[in-house]
Design a protein around this ligand. Structure first.
Ligand SMILES: *Cc1c(COP(=O)(O)O)cnc(C)c1O
Length: 426
């Protein structure tokens, strides 16, 4: 329980943000002050389980000691040079990440949206210079319900009204088709001048929409047969989140070797962000083989901060932690436990209709209209009981804890969710 003084501190800090910050987010009313592992503490010292993990950026847990140390150490030595010069951290990082994921080359950027922009630019340039599409004619197929970021071009092909409306004129050159629909993809691939297909293996922001088991594999085969680049956005699903290194690895059961395995479906362009940063410092990356990556020549694309020494060290360490702490195996095992236990809760309550997801990227669907505030109200009740989660798209709640969570901690979280659901009154 908060005292009156503590409540006013939370209130004061929320009011400061309200008054001086743009209103482009609608946060849950909790002011966080400290994080460690799977836990967060607010300004009153109240402790929470984090079940958002900064939209899966914090897979390795908050303030991971090894990643934090890498950041601090590099920050004290050399932070930023720009790419006008070589730096002593970048080459080793590029070698490490390309071997890790099995690609010839990496193009380092900072945020997810920048990496998606990079992939779009790569695809277009490849279309004109390798595939031979007439200038300015290249089309990229995208999926309805997608989330790829917030730039002017990316929101041009968003089907979410709030993301796209009144941000026009929109960038042309995109064909939007329904997700998880191979016939629609087949038809779109028959249109002239198609250069690429940009897809999420699971649509995270759309509410953890998991396509049919072989959708990605078949979509990849269709693209291959048409000479169209298969571009996969694994910014949210990648790096162990769904119980494999990449979601396109599918249900591989290679246990210990999994970390270094090249995905059995190899995207022509792989986009990573979020957990590549270890939740500490913005790092994103675009991976491709030479045929695609080498179309970009000096001066044709770049970023002042992309590939800076801190980013290089942080990302290398963030990937090492995934391997050392067996986050893939943990996400797979605890994900199964989570869905099993949630199904048990759902069978005892009519407040939730289903749980879906893969690994530790899951969501529950609330039994109410998308316009209702029920999902939000459940998240407020969860917060009061010590667990932080956020609704996506109205009546869906995403549950995505850091992947370092233990069986005992997850059992405690499931008990919190159960208590909250059973006691909840609309
Ligand atoms: C978060 C996200 C992005 C955008 O990343 P930012 O770092 O916020 O720009 C792009 N694609 C997917 C699938 C994401 O989840």
């Amino acid at each position: 329980m908060s005292t009156i003084g503590e409540v006013s501190k939370t209130k004061r800090l929320i009011e400061l943000e309200n008054q001086h910050g743009a209103h482009n987010y609608h946060p849950l009313p909790v002011v966080l002050h400290r994080g460690e592992g799977v836990y967060l503490w607010d300004v009153d010292g109240k402790k929470y389980y984090d079940f958002l993990s900064a939209y899966s950026a914090v897979n390795q847990g908050h303030c991971h000691p090894k990643i934090t140390k890498a950041l601090v150490h590099q920050a004290e030595q050399l932070a930023l040079t720009s790419r006008a010069f070589y730096n002593s951290a970048l080459g080793e990082y590029e070698h490490y990440i390309t071997s890790y994921f099995g690609y010839d080359k990496v193009l380092p950027m900072n945020t997810g949206a920048e990496a998606v922009e990079t992939a779009i630019k790569l695809c277009r340039k490849w279309a004109y210079e390798v595939k031979g599409i007439a200038e300015n004619q290249a089309k990229i197929i995208v999926c309805e319900g997608n989330f790829h970021g917030r730039t002017t071009t990316i929101v041009s092909f968003s089907s979410d009204e709030g993301s796209a409306k009144n941000f026009g004129p929109h960038t042309p050159g995109f064909i939007s088709i329904p997700y998880n629909n191979l016939d629609a993809l087949r038809n779109a691939l028959n249109q002239p001048d198609v250069a690429g297909f940009l897809v999420e293996p699971i649509q995270g922001e759309a509410g953890v929409l998991t396509p049919e088991e072989d959708y990605i594999r078949k979509a990849h085969a269709l693209c291959l047969s048409k000479g169209v680049l298969f571009i996969v956005d694994e910014i949210q699903t990648g790096i162990a989140r769904t119980g494999s290194l990449l979601a396109v690895c599918g249900n591989c059961t290679c246990e210990n070797k999994c970390e270094r395995q090249v995905s059995y479906i190899k995207p022509d362009i792989l986009i990573l962000g979020k957990a590549l940063s270890g939740g500490i410092y913005p790092v994103s990356a675009v991976l491709a083989d030479n045929e695609v990556m080498m179309v970009i020549k000096p001066g044709q694309h770049g970023s002042t901060y992309g590939g800076n020494p801190i980013a290089a060290k942080v990302a290398t360490t963030a990937l090492e932690v995934v391997y050392e702490e067996k986050l893939i195996q943990n996400a797979r095992k605890l994900g199964e436990m989570f869905r099993e236990e949630l199904n048990r809760i759902i069978s005892q309550s009519d407040l939730l209709t289903l749980v879906r997801g893969k690994g530790l990227l899951n969501a529950v669907v609330v039994n109410d209209s998308p316009e209702s505030s029920t999902a939000w109200d459940i998240c407020l009740a969860l917060k009061n009981n010590g667990l932080l989660a956020k609704p996506t798209h109205g009546n869906i709640i995403r549950f995505a804890p850091p992947l370092i969570i233990t069986t005992e901690q997850l059992a405690e979280c499931i008990a919190i969710i159960k208590k909250t659901i059973i006691e909840f009154k609309k």
